[in-house]
Design a protein around this ligand. Sequence first.
Ligand SMILES: *Cc1c(COP(=O)(O)O)cnc(C)c1O
Length: 400
Amino acid sequence: MSKVYDQGMKNNQTHLSAYLSERKKQHLYRSVKTSQSAQHPIMQIDGKEYLNFCSNDYLGLANHPDIVTAFKQAADKYGVGSGSAHLINGHSIEHQKLEESLAEFTGREKALLFSNGYMANLGAVSALLDRGDFLYQDRLNHASLIDAGLLSRAKMKRYKHNDNDHLNTLYAKAENPSQNSMIVTDGVFSMDGDQAPVKELTQTAKQQQAWLMVDDAHGFGVLGKTGAGLLEQQNLNQSDVPILMATLGKACGTSGAFISGSSELIEYLIQSARTFIYTTAMPPSIAAATLVSLKIISNDNWRREKLTALITQFKQGIKELGIELMPSNTPIQPIMLGSSELALKVSQELNDQGILVTAIRPPTVPDGFSRLRITFSANHTEQDVQWLLNGLEKVFQKNK
Ligand SMILES: *Cc1c(COP(=O)(O)O)cnc(C)c1O
């Protein structure tokens, strides 16, 4: 159903409309909403005001005045475009400073910038694996990691979610155990909010002499004492987890991504990661803004403490309403609904009350696992959370 066959223009058109109406019938149709304001708990979207619970701007930095100022000052100095790829002449002093800061912040020898997380994952995995190698993925890994595996041409095996025993079983069954292999996992699962058992995965990777890569898109900035992410929280260093990927567009509030690890790993990626080599560097002003963002992340402990307080308040309130949550201690707090139709209906009814929570449906999550994905930001207030709880109470009573 997803392929468009080349049967001439007329048939193509027929195929597209058949596909689109099928998606609508299955409650899987997606459309883009247009916002008219900055990222904030209160947002204007398609002309209406909403209390927003679906942004990944966890620390409330996307519109922070100091970060905006750094961005403007760098734009005055360097202009907007970077002009070319990092290896041509697009790598500015701001990119250089950011790579050095990211390496230091994550406790690693070096870091390498990518335009976004999708490309960082494609670039790293496909550079390190080849046809005939093995790639072990958690079943709930982000789409970009799945695509990275496909691009690498390695043989992919998916282990049960957060199940290190199942991973070991797959290794025990491997035809060629000495073959180069990699284990890759989301650090914090993007649609579930739970955390990977990284300590256990570290042991398996060491036993199997496999690469271990953690995609900490949702842990970076949020977890760990200084906000350096899941690996800081779990006390794991570069030799435990050789490849760390994190994005800058979520808690960091800017845009882009990086890989950090040993000097050799980074030098290797500079030679061979095609999504690093063959693309224009991010604007220098984004790098300059991100440098300020990193400082705020490590200085402003109160942002993480505030998030924890809001999450605790939400979980307590939800329990009192008798609504079941998924096992998550992060700012991602999903409510499982099952059918796409119900998820869409509940999300729409919340929207009608001025509360923005998106329905997450297949193929983002498996069939039958549609849900509401609620996310919190350090800029939310206690009253905002209470407002959300009131809204959920009304909607859940109606749809019981
Ligand atoms: C968002 C996300 C990405 C992609 O990052 P972008 O910078 O948005 O391209 C990769 N992995 C995970 C787990 C994510 O949540």
